[in-house]
Design a protein. Sequence first.
Length: 718
Amino acid sequence: MKLNSKNTFVRSGGVEKTFQYQVANNPHVMNMLAKGIYSNQVRAPIRELSTNAWDAHVEVKNNEPFDVWLPTRDEPSFKIRDYGTGLSPENIESLYRIYGISTKSNSNDFNGCLGIGSKSPYAYTDMFVCVSYYNGTKYTYVNSKDECGSPTLNRMGSKQTNEPNGLEISFNVKPADISDFHEEAMEVYQWFPVQPRFCSSYKDIELSNNNDVTALMYGENWKLFKVGYNSSSILSRSKCIATMGYISYPIDKSFFVSDKTKGLSEDWAKYQIESIHSLFRLGIVMNFDIGEIEHDVSRESLQYTSKTINTISTRLSEIYDIIIAKLKSQLVGCKTDWEKRVLFNSIIYPNFGHDISQLLKTQDEFNYSSPSHLHSHETFKCTLNNIGNIHRTKNFCNYHASNSSVFVLNDIDHGIYAATKRYIEQNEDIKVAYVCKFEDKEEKQTFMDYIGIRSEDFVLGSLLPKLDRQESKVKQKLQHYFVYDTLALSYSRPLSKYWTEQDIDISYGGLYVKTRRYKIVKNNCDIDPIIIGEILEQLFNIGIINKKPIIYGVKTSHISRFDKCEKWNDFFTWATLITEEYLKGQKKNIEQIKKYYQFKLSTKYYDLWSSIKELHLIDFSSNSSFKSFIINIQDMNQTHRSMSHQYNNITNLCEKLNINLDIDDSCQTLINVEKQILLRYPMLKILEYKHSYSDEEVKKIVEYVNLIDSTKPTLQEN
């Protein structure tokens, strides 16, 4: 990238001698250049080495991906290999030894320019290896710090090779940082034009490439994603992003809302502060050519110079006008204010979120929020709930603008509720009906002006479907029962609130429970109906069912006809059968968790055994009895971690359904092995009351176990 530089004419006088500033070559200054400029010391080498790798491909017009080895437990190192020109020994020995030297500072085709990125591994580690494949020769260099802490470049040798030209950089990664390297790699590579080729055992990493994500709106150099889209922690609906040369920079909006800020474009001044805040919260991603805006030395954030501020504000003002124009074009066809609100709630708000209404409000002063309920009018609301029942209420907060809402004009003497109910039942698209009655035309006009509807938008009650004789005959066949509210999970709730009255045709079949005075009758005992909700919730959470069924409550006087009907099943019998079937495939895991709990309670050394992590196992001899014992403990821990919550749900469910798990939870075999371990390694007994262990202490334990194993036969051999 070309650096901004300008020649300044300086007139001076009386100067006896001029001295140039220099940078001292000492460990403190070198460490400041290597680590001090980066706040994220894991992401820095990934980003810098990767941009250098792609720059190398750009230089030779190679559109193929470069190679990356992410660290794993088996291979705890990060490595990157490009297929550019490679570097001659002369270039390596100058570029790596001197901070500030770059071969890319005269062109905007490349990201690099400062001569710092090649040394970025020093931000994380004290040593990294550089291998250059250059015109048939492989040159190996080790960059490391000497005993004083100063960085050095060490040439290790060269040999002939058939490998293609390019550069390979690698360094070791701490086991604790492996997951951080994976996360930071996803952050960095999502913006790259070509995703790298992952060559380690961690090949199946899935990266979100923002070039592949469908945007709600976009222009030549910007995108606006759907609300809730969040491919990474840096891209969210709370901030705008500037990308330049496949590196992302969060934009600090404080530089664009202050009147004192210099560099804002003239067009930017016309926007209100509220509009600016809303625009930034939309989370727009803007792409800039290399050199259009300026970044800081670390390339972690932008430099808010006049050039940067003016460029971004000009781009944002263009985007602002495009967004408003596109949204307004969608609203042009709306005939009423109610239609505007419906369109906004059904299309615009779900995709763009609340902040888009703030932008629209500054343009036409229209309130897109749903109007509040006017209690001065005789209005009630009919709502279709999630189990198919229709409720009527006069106490509601507002008129929700939706395609599934209608206004019904009550112009009949009686039967409006029944008629509205039939209308909703016969129209699948209708979920809510606002039934209105007015004293006179003036009151009606006031209501229509407030809501934003026309007279023809009302559905006349007199034209709603009538109850015909055939339907009346069917009604006579229906019986009056209760439907359980599956969302009711509260012991403080009145018993009657668990149930909704409903007429059902018993020939359809389903699940039922016996009820008496709103309580469940089970084994001749009256129990709280909350047990149904708890059982359904646990069946759903465990994964035994994927949808909660409708449960009908049947009075004791009618229960015999349900017991005799094959289409009807007792709820508790049904729940018991499907739970027992599920448990057949989970018996082994449940037994292991039970043994885990029993062993944890019986041993005094659990903290010691659990302190031996997976990464320590590689240090034990292959036939170590201690290693086998620890692996067994780790397997139980893993099963417990993955199933503990599900296990609790299973045990609670079995208790409610009176299911005997009938599993072997004895951990005596494991206790006997532990006794043999303590006999074989007696010094471990002194750690009986110790509850935490450092890495150094664990290493000492490993050394002790290996010492015993080298002098004694294993337990298996005995």
